[in-house]
Design a protein around this ligand. Structure first.
Ligand SMILES: Nc1ncnc2c1ncn2[C@@H]1O[C@H](COP(=O)(O)OP(=O)(O)O)[C@@H](O)[C@H]1O
Ligand SMILES: O=C(CO)[C@@H](O)[C@H](O)COP(=O)(O)O
Length: 492
């Protein structure tokens, strides 16, 4: 059996998979995203560590002795600075964090040619700009840290005592050459950013260490289990859903929402609106539209309105499409695709006496769906036009919410069979890792054949949501949504 662990933004997911790819059990445990200052988004890695023990123990139960290997996936872009043993020197700075706006100027000053290897738009919340902020904001921490790691790489360091990363997470840091799969050392030196705290880049399927005795006790597993490098959550989710062919497209609705499109070469977006990241398999990349505020905005509104998840959805879907003139802009943490702008704020616009709590709830769902549709349009502007999308993520489970997403996107949505496609992808990488009997720390650029029984053979679940024909009220709300963005942005 194989254990996949996905260190998400809102919760850690654990998934136990048998050798034939069947999911035996799934569990999750939540933790908070904290905003100690306006525009900041941080989590305490100790919360991740504690959640790991709870979720893993729930899925493993009596199967502990049968687990053969562990794979990791996790939220992208953020950074944990820690000592050599993995003790964090401060809270993790997450992808939703907007503090590094001014640090992007250091990048821009290098000029377009120097930035080309990054293959990505310059965005706040990515490790590179966040570390530049740390250099001036917390110089002592900047100086003292041994490692600067992405969240799942930090977790692996704590589990194995070994520091490593792999191409999919490295490509989301604004510190890597995405096509070459190496750190962009020349660019980092030009930024005067430390490079000695970056870990080696190994293949996603490489065994990057083995479980230490104390970590094994923490998780309730045998010591010395192999732990593979794993992949970024969006890369692992593609693998977990069996989407490994160029043109495959998936929408994941979690804390953020992402639309991912598999490609077989590192093709740049001519408009510079979407991201390009390395996939979990060698010689594969994917284009990604990233919307900052999905489950994050729904959770904030749910708490504000004092509703359970069931009540939020029940009440929202008593209201007619278009919410009687109410539009919600969900930009609680700015927006990435298509605006690449950390400044817009959230808003409900068009409030009247006739509006109720149920209207506020539905308008938020519609606003998140419209934001996702704008991301899809940015992906289409690169020349792609997927006629169907796979649907994954813990924020995609309610049938009427799925229907609203299909209606707004005007595409059929195939929901995938596992609750956490990313954790499934991580378990599949664990299986690949030990099937190959690989050396610890093997460089990822070596030719790697995919053994039989690989992820490409996993059939996605057949459940499909077909879009309704366009509703005039929903279309009007969508158009108003698009027009209102300039009203909520500001000049920094
Ligand atoms: N019915 C629901 N139950 C739990 N979470 C939900 C539900 N509907 C939407 N969500 C949102 O989905 C997110 C959880 O999805 P998940 O894929 O686990 O996220 P992540 O990987 O970012 O931790 C949360 O942000 C939560 O607000
Ligand atoms: O920002 C991106 C991709 O660019 C996400 O992949 C983050 O990693 C967050 O994922 P969730 O926690 O929302 O699933």
């Amino acid at each position: 059996m194989f254990l996949g662990i996905d260190l998400g933004t809102s919760s850690l997911k654990a998934l136990l998979m048998s050798a034939d790819g069947t999911v035996i059990a799934e569990a999750s445990h939540p933790y908070p995203v904290n905003a100690p200052h306006p525009g900041w988004a941080e989590s305490d890695p100790q919360d991740w560590w504690n959640a790991g023990a709870i979720a893993v123990r729930k899925v493993v139960q009596s199967y502990a002795a049968q687990v053969q290997a562990i794979g990791l996936s996790g939220q992208m872009h953020g950074v944990v600075v820690c000592d050599g043993a993995g003790n964090p020197l401060r809270s993790a700075i997450l992808w939703a964090d907007g503090r590094s706006h001014y640090e992007l100027e250091h990048y821009r000053a290098l000029g377009t040619e120097a930035l080309r290897p990054l293959a990505n738009p310059l965005t706040v919340g990515m490790a590179g700009p966040s570390l530049l902020w740390l250099r001036q904001g917390e110089p002592e921490v900047y100086r003292m840290a041994r490692w600067a790691l992405q969240p799942k790489d930090w977790l692996r360091l704590r589990l194995t005592g070994q520091a490593a990363t792999e191409p999919s997470d490295a490509s989301g840091t604004l510190m890597a050459d995405v096509a070459a799969g190496t750190w962009a050392i020349a660019l980092l030196e030009a930024l005067h950013l430390r490079t000695d705290w970056l870990p080696p880049i190994v293949a996603s399927r490489a065994i990057a260490g083995t479980l230490t005795r104390s970590a094994a006790e923490h998780l309730g597993l045998p010591a010395d289990l192999p732990v593979v490098a794993g992949a970024a959550d969006t890369a692992a989710a593609l693998l977990g859903s069996g989407l490994t062919t160029a043109g495959d497209c998936q929408l994941t609705v979690g804390t953020g929402a992402q639309i991912t499109l598999v490609g077989d070469r590192p093709t740049l977006d001519p408009h510079g609106c979407t991201h390009l990241f390395h996939a979990a398999l060698p010689n594969q990349w994917y284009t990604l539209a990233a919307m900052q505020n999905a489950g994050l905005a729904l959770e904030w509104v749910r708490q504000l309105l004092g509703l359970s998840w069931a009540d939020l959805y029940d009440q929202a879907f008593t209201v007619e499409p278009g919410c009687d003139g109410l539009v919600c802009l969900p930009y609680l943490t700015g927006e990435r695709t298509p605006h690449l702008d950390p400044t817009p704020t959230g808003a409900w616009i068009g409030l009247g006496l006739h509006h109720t709590r149920a209207h506020l709830a539905r308008a938020t769902l519609e606003g998140v769906a419209f934001a996702i549709a704008q991301g899809f349009a940015a992906l289409q502007a690169t020349g792609a036009n997927p006629d169907t999308l796979y649907l994954a993520g813990g924020g995609s489970l309610h049938p009427q919410w799925r229907q609203l997403l299909a209606d707004v996107l005007q595409r059929p949505l195939h929901s995938v069979e596992t609750q956490s496609a990313s954790a499934k992808g991580a378990a599949l990488l664990a299986r690949l890792g030990i099937g190959q009997d690989r050396q610890i720390g093997e460089p990822w650029k070596e030719k790697q054949a995919i053994p039989g029984g690989s992820a490409t053979q996993i059939a996605p679940a057949p459940q499909i949501t077909i879009p309704n024909s366009p509703s005039p009220a929903l279309e009007t709300a969508h158009q108003r949504f698009a027009q209102l963005y300039p009203a909520v942005r500001s000049q920094l």
